[in-house]
Design a protein around this ligand. Structure first.
Ligand code: ADE
Ligand code: ZN
Length: 335
């Protein structure tokens, strides 16, 4: 039985495996600029965040109908459940679809159909987090929040993603204020490629409760102290950091140093179809590369539930944390 865990940083569009991409392309009559899945996989050799984003947005062309979004989500949940995920807070990028003429209702209702069945089918509770693309305008983000209004009962929070450098958090002050007034939770990608000051700005100007990545906080000791003191969770994605070259090799990842500093770290997959593994694979990889012992892995799993938006189901959170505390690593490889 795998270690129980929550996943708090996964982009549903980043779970699009090459096989499903080709199947949907055929079904929807979309031409992909790759001959087959092998040729597509060979393109997964990224220089930086932007080179990944170019492919990530291009492949989304295959996602057109409610069924497509439901199928994509159900496939992710099945894989995640097999790796011990018991709770998932899932990002989606509505603007990447509405700009292609796919209505926001199609996207959200497709995702929601799979999420509604998730506990029954996979034993995974879920939350949905709507991300704004920071390389698009603030006005487009506000428009998107308005368009999502009829579906807000499906959405727990908002996030901020896409190309970071040159698009500081403060650009989105207004949409975060509006979302807060609507009762939505707030997270944002910050300090992935962008500087530590973007993390501070996300906290001070946007009022985020959790920081996605936050890797570059290490460049500002006052900020690290603050994150520790305020118990702000970081959703780290070590395999993503290596693939997008924020870190040279996994063995150099600062995760152990960050945990030693008292930061509330979680480990996540980001875009698992592109970066070489789902969250269970990520736990295995960091365990091997960074020599994390069982108590460290248990701490990461516990943190994932502590940092999750399970405030409306504290009983489930407590039960899952108790399962982590009682987990016997000797059963890891047993079915
Ligand atoms: N969108 C999908 N993955 C992302 C990442 N790692 N950073 C920013 N935006 C993203
Ligand atoms: Zn991300």
């Amino acid at each position: 039985m795998p270690l129980p865990k929550a996943e708090l940083h996964v982009h549903i569009e980043g779970t699009l495996e090459p096989e499903l991409a080709f199947a949907l392309a055929r079904r929807n009559g979309v031409e992909l600029p790759f001959a087959d899945t092998e040729e597509l996989r060979r393109a997964y050799d990224f220089e930086d965040l932007q080179s990944f984003l170019d492919l990530y947005y291009a492949l989304m062309a295959v996602l057109r109908t409610e069924d497509d979004f439901a199928e994509l989500t159900d496939a992710y949940l099945a894989r995640a459940a097999a790796q011990g995920v018991r709770h998932a807070e899932i990002f989606f990028d509505p603007q990447a679809h509405t700009v292609r003429g796919v209505p926001i209702a199609t996207v959200i209702e497709g995702l929601a159909r799979a999420l509604d069945d998730s506990e029954r089918r996979h034993g995974v509770s879920t939350r949905l987090i709507m991300c704004f693309l920071r390389d698009q305008s603030a006005a487009f983000a506000l428009e998107t929040l308005q368009a999502a209004r009829p579906h807000l009962h499906r959405i727990t929070g908002i996030g901020l993603d896409s190309a970071e450098v040159g698009h500081p958090p403060a650009k989105f002050r207004e949409v975060y204020e509006a979302a807060g007034a609507l009762g939505l939770r707030k997270v944002a990608h910050a300090g992935e490629e962008g500087p530590a000051s973007y993390i501070t700005e996300a906290l001070d100007v946007l009022g985020v409760e959790r920081v996605d990545h936050g890797l570059r906080c290490l460049e500002d000791t006052d900020l690290v102290e603050r994150l520790v003191r305020e118990r702000i969770p970081l959703t780290l994605c070590p395999l993503s950091n290596v693939r997008l070259r924020a870190v040279d090799v996994l063995e150099d990842h600062p995760l152990p140093r960050m945990m030693d500093a008292g930061l509330l770290c979680t480990v996540n997959s980001d875009d698992p179809a592109y970066f070489g593994g789902y969250v269970g694979d990520t736990f295995h990889a960091v365990r091997e590369a960074l020599g994390l012992d069982e108590e460290r892995l248990r701490e990461l799993a516990r943190n994932s539930f502590t940092a999750s938006f399970l405030e409306d189901d504290e009983e489930r959170r407590a039960r899952l944390i108790a399962e982590v505390d009682a987990y016997d690593f000797a059963t890891e490889l047993q079915e």
